[in-house]
Design a protein around this ligand. Structure first.
Ligand SMILES: [Zn+2]
Length: 74
């Protein structure tokens, strides 16, 4: 049983796979560049997918597009 080592305050990293989540909201905070609404505002996150996010990262880190689309495909 292995899990990616996710830093405690990795708001820019996906809590599920540890890759950059590219959330526009986080990028805006980092760079000051407003990239527009994030793709995640148009994506549906299922309860099942959200349940896989570690409690310590809930409401802190955005799930990445890869994990979100994988879940959407089932
Ligand atoms: Zn991911």
């Amino acid at each position: 049983m292995t899990s990616p080592s996710v830093p405690a305050l990795a708001s820019t990293l996906c809590p599920l796979c540890g890759q950059p989540n590219r959330c526009a909201t986080e990028e805006e905070r980092d760079t000051g560049v407003v990239a527009g609404p994030c793709w995640c505002t148009r994506m549906e996150f299922s309860a099942e997918l959200l349940a896989r996010v570690p409690a310590s990262l809930k409401d802190r880190a955005c799930i990445c597009a890869t994990c979100a689309s994988q879940a959407a495909r089932g």
